[in-house]
Design a protein around this ligand. Structure first.
Ligand code: G1P
Length: 297
């Protein structure tokens, strides 16, 4: 049954937002380039693509985002300089960033919302399933969260979105899923069939505590859904609203992925992600832990 299903080879990384939650840091610098410990946010998402077996990454950019392209481009002068100084490990690491995966760029002309950003990639994706990764969210998981969704898609042929339980006082920051346990041969306690989705509901209107966690694997039919999606929450074209149509017309799964997410999408979340990821750093994690303890807050 899965024989003729097209494999998931491509991923779309929306990176055209204005980064208003990080002003003034993002006045002249893309949010996606803010470093968490030693890597820009967007590199975590690109590395997750590579770990998931994605072959083509499509980054949706906009004005003022050139640093992203430069980051993933080759840097022959820097590589030569490092090699001449005998810093071969660093030179290799720099080369790997540009060799990791094939990346294409497309510009969203106006920041009209996440749904519109995904729709911008329609021609580059073509008629095949694809992943979407929101770079604000770093997910520590093996297999990767994207891979877990790809496996759900491969098994069922239905789009799958990552969800996790969220504290109710934070639920208004998420797309929220109303789901029922999936039935049939692929039923598991992690898999839900989506009945409805609401973008950023008030606590009292939230259909559950399951928030969408920034990873999606979608069939190409989502594009026709997004073309029919009108302005929603925050005056933007929301991916969540397009997904509601997809759920109705074709079916959609929500998957409670296994792993740990860090939402670096606002200043506090970013600080928490930085501290937690720094604590795991092999080189200086222990020293950093000792330092935090010494602060005796
Ligand atoms: C976006 C999505 C939302 C999702 C969230 C995850 O919102 O619109 O459905 O739950 O990412 O981080 P944003 O955080 O970009 O406002």
């Amino acid at each position: 049954m899965t024989m003729n299903r097209k494999p998931v080879r491509k991923a779309v990384l929306p990176a055209a937002g204005l980064g208003t939650r990080f002003l003034p840091a993002t006045k002249a610098q893309p949010k996606e380039m803010l470093p968490v410990v030693d890597k820009p946010l967007i590199q975590y998402a690109v590395e997750e693509c590579v770990a998931s077996g994605i072959e083509n990454v499509i980054i949706v950019t906009g004005r003022g985002k050139n640093a992203i392209e430069d980051h993933f481009d080759a840097s022959p002068e820097l590589e030569r300089f490092l090699a001449e100084k005998g810093k071969t490990q660093l030179a290799d690491m720099i080369r790997q960033i540009s060799d990791m995966v094939h990346i294409s760029y497309i510009r969203q002309k106006e920041a009209k919302g996440l749904g519109d950003a995904v729709l911008t990639a329609k021609e580059l994706v073509g008629d095949e399933p694809f992943a979407v990764l929101l770079g604000d969210v770093i997910i520590d998981a093996v297999p990767s969260a994207t891979r877990q969704l790809m496996d759900a898609y491969d098994a069922t042929g239905l789009g799958a979105i990552a969800v996790e339980p969220v504290a109710m006082d934070q639920i208004h920051l998420y797309g929220v899923v109303d789901g029922e346990p999936a039935t049939g041969p692929h039923a598991s306690d992690r898999l839900l069939r989506v009945r409805n989705l609401v973008e950023k509901p008030k606590k009292e209107d939230a259909p559950s505590n399951l928030g969408i966690t920034g990873r999606y694997v979608l069939p190409p039919e989502i594009f026709s859904c997004l073309e029919r999606t009108t302005v929603g929450s925050g005056g933007e074209i929301q991916l969540t609203d397009g997904l509601r149509l997809l759920a109705k017309e074709q079916g959609l799964l929500a998957y409670r992925y296994e792993g740990r997410s860090y939402d670096a999408g606002d200043k506090l979340g970013f600080l928490k992600a930085t501290v937690e990821i720094a604590l795991k750093n092999e080189e200086f994690g222990e020293e950093f832990r000792a330092y935090l303890k010494s602060l005796s807050l």
